[in-house]
Structures are given as structure tokens and as C-alpha cells.
Design a protein around this ligand. Structure first.
Ligand SMILES: CC(C)(COP(=O)(O)OP(=O)(O)OC[C@H]1O[C@@H](n2cnc3c(N)ncnc32)[C@H](O)[C@@H]1OP(=O)(O)O)[C@@H](O)C(=O)NCCC(=O)NCCS
Length: 157
């Protein structure tokens, strides 16, 4: 149960520090409300992965059937390959289930990150006044990448 609090805190912190540059506060509050209070409910239909550094949760990503949700790396830990490792773990889980293609709704600032990880833009999506980018990735062969030290694990929520 501690994991649920850790994942929720990480999402709230990252939304407030990283995403506030691109989105108004009311949209971020809506995203926060859709992800954090019902994490245990979401965990029934999504696999929730976490990146750990010691006892601290420093990253998370979730997989529904064929959709990736809630990819967040703590602002102080961004740019170190943790997001990439989380996406590799998500894609590996989806491949193991036999999924052929994944979809996600990217925040504007995350588009270059997903492009660098092999995702391509399909179209723009508007949620009220907020612009998101619909992206997909076909699941092919997995590339080997060096370990960056942050362990990726299933969250026990
Ligand atoms: C998007 C996010 C998950 C990326 O995680 P990260 O751990 O910082 O990403 P990585 O270190 O694995 O980056 C991998 C590559 O993506 C690219 N990249 C990452 N962030 C980037 C940025 N802001 N602008 C341009 N390229 C970026 C780079 O090519 C990077 O490779 P490099 O380190 O060799 O330059 C993280 O920045 C984040 O949590 N952002 C705020 C929350 C958010 O918007 N999440 C997405 C919701 S859809």
C-alpha cells in the first residue's frame, strides 16, 4: 500500500513541476484526479511499473490493454534514461502478451522523448483547451540497452 502513496506523490510532484510549463492548472488537476486517488482501482486493469532508487519511487509507467498511461519520472531524475527503461519494460510486457502495437496520448514536452524511443505521431488530440499528441509504436524486436542502475519493478498497489 506504501507504493500507491509513493506513485501518487511522484505523479503529483511531476505534474506540478514539469507539466505546468505546457498546461493550465485546471487541466493538471483533472489529470491528477484521474490518476492518483484511484490508483488501486486502476491497478486492477493496468500493470503499473515503478523505477526505484533505494526505497524511493522515482519513475512510473502503466500499461492497459494496448495503451500506455501515466509515464512520469521525478523532475530531479529526468534525462538519465529512466523514462526509456520504463518504456522498454512496458513494451516488453505488451510484447509478452502478444500486443502488436501500442498507443498513448503524449504531453507536448514528452513528444521528443517518445520519438527518441521509436514512437510516431498519428494526430493531435484536444482535451478542452489542452493539446495532446496521439502516438503509436509497432512492437518489433527489442534492442539491448545498458543498465542505468534504477531498478524497474511492478508496483504493489
Ligand atoms: C517524458 C519523461 C517521462 C522522460 O523521462 P526521462 O527519464 O527524462 O527520459 P530519458 O532520460 O530516458 O530520455 C531519453 C531520450 O528522450 C529524449 N528526451 C527526453 N526528454 C526530452 C525533452 N524534454 N526534450 C527533448 N528530448 C527529450 C532525449 O533524446 C533522451 O535521450 P538523451 O538523454 O540521449 O538525450 C519525463 O521527462 C517526464 O516525466 N516528464 C514530465 C511528465 C510527462 O510529461 N510525462 C509524459 C506524459 S504522456
Amino acid at each position: 500500500m506504501a507504493d500507491a502513496t509513493g506513485v501518487s506523490d511522484l505523479i503529483s510532484t511531476t505534474l506540478r513541476i514539469s507539466n505546468v510549463r505546457d498546461y493550465p492548472g485546471d487541466f493538471l488537476s483533472k489529470v491528477e484526479a484521474s490518476l492518483t486517488p484511484q490508483l488501486r482501482e486502476l491497478a486492477k486493469e493496468r500493470v503499473i511499473l515503478v523505477a526505484m532508487e533505494g526505497d524511493a519511487i522515482i519513475g512510473t509507467a502503466s500499461l492497459g490493454r494496448d495503451q500506455v498511461h501515466a509515464v512520469f519520472v521525478h523532475p530531479a531524475r529526468q534525462g538519465r534514461g529512466i523514462g526509456t527503461r520504463l518504456m522498454e519494460a512496458v513494451e516488453s510486457e505488451a510484447r509478452a502478451r502478444g500486443e502488436r502495437e501500442l498507443i498513448l496520448y503524449a504531453s507536448l514536452s514528452a513528444v521528443p522523448f517518445y520519438e527518441a524511443n521509436g514512437w510516431r505521431t498519428v494526430r493531435e488530440h484536444r482535451d478542452g483547451g489542452a493539446r495532446l499528441v496521439v502516438m503509436t509504436k509497432a512492437l518489433g524486436e527489442q534492442r539491448a540497452r545498458p543498465d542505468n542502475g534504477a531498478g524497474i519493478a511492478d508496483a504493489a498497489v
